[in-house]
Design a protein around this ligand. Structure first.
Ligand SMILES: Cc1cc2nc3c(=O)[nH]c(=O)nc-3n(C[C@H](O)[C@H](O)[C@H](O)COP(=O)(O)OP(=O)(O)OC[C@H]3O[C@@H](n4cnc5c(N)ncnc54)[C@H](O)[C@@H]3O)c2cc1C
Length: 507
């Protein structure tokens, strides 16, 4: 990927030449980036437009698991689990620099839990088949204590170990954007689609605003895919105002604490929380990510904030499983994301809504893809591009992503070693982020090129002035830009901090 200015110049040149793209994808999260890679891999000229930064939405706020989903197994959704386990294997092959196998241990404090959990996870192994990363095993009390240094000892009977995989969600998104470029297509951030261009009632392009210069670009396209996550209904209403909403957003919150609350290399799974879900305590870049929650929300903020009750719930639940329960003052960062769940007919709890995806085509030919999860982004993309290409009359070509190595494969980038602390970006790293990955703001660097904001919000805020100065020099910006960037980042970082007394917001 190039610097943003170069990518924008490429787009402007295409607009000036009145060039029509085969496929325009709206939205630069997991779903949109997956669609763009898929379309480009088929040889279609492809343009992806992201209103903010790549993965600024839900796709940088996941639990960071590439998993079949033990919870979906419990719900009996076997086809989703099987598909996700197959995709896990594909990702481990195509992005080993971003995804790694991780052993999970379910500690058991009740005897009657063990046989049930053992049978369930044995079945998980069976579904994984040749994609299995290792067999699940029953552990005695001392083996469980050895696997989870820091787990509560009192009342512990034993545990069960099983294998899944974890990743860096923002890094995978950027690797997909890089892969789009490697395939000769274009992905551009800070470019929001504000209108759909139509001819004879059919979508023939989009109007998009360059979020930095402010002008509107008219872009021609044969197929347009709406992959805007929880914002998909907003884009659908550009096509046809007043359509029934597809999405029911549900908020999930994670807390990040120091790694020594649960030392060792294994993740801990709480098999049943008070609200009937599961809770993960996962080692990630030397810290622990603990979550998540499932809270229905009606609004769609770009920076959703954790509710007080969600923070309390996570601390309380994790505290029952750890010898040293984390307190509010131990939280280094709190982040929230909105699941783009495909809604039912209103009512009901979002925890029971499908994580499966849905592809929808409107009378005007706008293809909308919603739902799903990070793990299955590649399968989702195949479905969306198949439909979009057929609807637009593009030559039929198969997806070529099954064995497509993602950008950065084999690079051995130390920044992406999930098992170790991630360094704060030094000046050279900031310059590379600007020059090679379209980073345009301090937040792009400290939240998604590096995960400093997610790992330690106070540290990220302290680094912001230096990062802003280095970026300003590279981008030709003045002191006022530096001040504005620092102020904006500090305001954002405040939302990732939990104060000792209270934090988060009430809805
Ligand atoms: C708390 C939580 C935990 C999760 N954990 C996991 C997990 O561990 N594993 C897993 O597999 N999945 C997980 N998921 C699910 C997964 O993160 C999501 O399914 C996925 O990230 C959704 O991606 P998306 O591209 O559809 O949406 P988004 O990432 O939100 O992307 C949509 C993008 O569209 C852009 N956009 C909106 N409007 C416009 C416009 N007009 N023009 C241009 N761009 C626009 C937005 O800026 C945004 O970047 C989790 C989800 C949540 C909320």
């Amino acid at each position: 990927m190039a610097a943003r200015a170069e990518a924008l110049a490429q787009l402007r040149a295409a607009c000036d030449a009145a060039r029509s793209w085969d496929v325009v994808v709206i939205g630069g999260g997991a779903t949109g980036l997956g669609c763009a890679v898929d379309a480009a891999s088929r040889g279609y000229s492809t343009l992806l437009l992201e209103a903010h930064d790549f993965a600024k939405g839900t796709s940088s706020r996941a639990t960071k698991l590439i998993h079949g989903g033990v919870r979906y197994l419990a719900q009996g959704n076997l086809s989703l689990v099987r598909e996700a386990l197959a995709e896990r294997a594909v990702l481990l092959d195509n992005a080993p620099h971003l995804v790694r196998p991780l052993r999970f241990v379910v500690p058991s404090f009740r005897w009657h839990q063990m046989p049930m959990l053992g049978a369930g996870l044995g079945f998980y192994d069976l579904l994984a088949g040749r994609h299995s990363l290792g067999h699940s095993r029953l552990l005695g009390r001392s083996a469980t204590l050895a696997a989870l240094p820091g787990v509560r000892e009192q009342g512990l009977h034993g545990g069960i170990a099983y294998w899944d995989a974890q990743f860096d969600d923002a890094a995978l998104a950027l690797a997909l954007a890089g892969t789009v470029a490697d395939l000769g297509s274009l992905a551009l951030n800070y470019c929001a689609v504000e209108g759909l261009r139509k001819d004879g009632g059919q979508v023939v392009g989009v109007d998009a605003r360059d979020g930095l210069a402010g002008d509107v670009l008219s872009i021609r396209a044969r197929a347009v895919i709406n992959a805007t996550g929880v914002w998909a209904d907003t884009v659908r209403s550009l096509d046809q105002p007043g359509r029934r909403a597809l999405i029911r957003p549900s908020q999930g919150v994670h807390l990040v604490v120091d790694g020594d609350f649960l030392a060792g290399d294994n993740a801990l799974l709480v098999p049943e929380t008070d609200d009937g879900r599961v809770l993960f305590v996962i080692p990630w870049y030397g810290k622990l990510v603990i979550g998540t929650t499932d809270t229905p929300r009606d609004d769609l903020p770009l920076e959703p904030r954790a509710l007080e009750s969600e923070i309390d719930f996570i601390l309380d639940t994790a505290g029952r499983y750890l010898a040293r329960p984390p307190r509010r003052e131990d939280v280094r960062s709190v982040f929230a994301g909105l699941r783009p769940l495909v809604g039912g007919d209103g009512g009901g709890r979002t925890a029971s809504l499908s994580r499966e995806h849905r592809v929808d085509v409107s009378d005007s030919g706008l293809v909308t893809i919603t739902g799903g999860k990070w793990t299955t982004y590649r399968r989702m993309a195949i479905d969306a591009v198949d439909l979009a290409a057929a609807r637009a009359g593009l030559p039929r070509r198969p997806s070529a992503t099954l064995r497509r190595r993602l950008h950065g494969w084999g690079s051995g980038d130390a920044r992406l070693d999930l098992a170790r602390s991630q360094p704060v970006p030094d000046d050279d790293a900031v310059l590379r982020a600007v020059g090679e990955t379209q980073a345009a703001t301090v937040e792009d660097v400290l939240a998604r090129r590096y995960r400093t904001l997610f790992l330690d919000a106070a540290l990220a805020a302290a680094e912001a002035p230096r990062v802003a100065r280095v970026m300003a020099a590279a981008l030709g910006r003045n002191a006022a830009w530096v001040d504005a960037q620092v102020a904006e980042f500090e305001a954002t970082a405040k939302g990732y901090r939990v104060s000792a007394g209270s934090a988060g917001v009430g809805l």
